[in-house]
Design a protein around this ligand. Sequence first.
Ligand code: FES
Ligand code: FES
Length: 172
Amino acid sequence: MALESLPESQGALRAPGKVLMSLRVNGIAYDVAVEPRHMLVELLRDDLGLTGTKVGCNMGDCGACTVLLDGLPVFSCLVPALEVDGRDVTTIEGLAENGHLHPLQEAFVEVGAIQCGFCTPGMVLSSLALLRETPDPTDEDIRRALSGNLCRCTGYQKIFEAIREASKRASV
Ligand code: FES
Ligand code: FES
């Protein structure tokens, strides 16, 4: 369908040279026109205003930009935005409910697994994917799940503690 023929009711952002796509983010459906060269992290932060996803290296080395794509962690700085057409994304903004932090976020705060917090959204989303797959993870499971997420502040011990603590909470 040509961009010009789209009805206003679809709520598409229109601009020359952009490509229309649809996706769900945190359970909300969006129609959005994106720059064909944009990556998912730019779509989330620049087009949708979801700045909880952080940008560190922008090259797949740090994990700060981790989000869940169809439930699995990906580096959103490496995923072309157009590849997400029709798919489901979870960002850190999608975890809190009714003003309450997700139990995993609570555990990070309670055990002090956060200092600057820059790595935290990616750490939490990688951890969430792990706990959904492996509710009672071993240290090796945790190490493997977080192998793509770098933290320059906490030394990882507190992050491990937070994940172990969260694994004891039924609602994770
Ligand atoms: S910003 Fe994507 S991996 Fe570093
Ligand atoms: S808390 Fe600062 S990079 Fe992890």
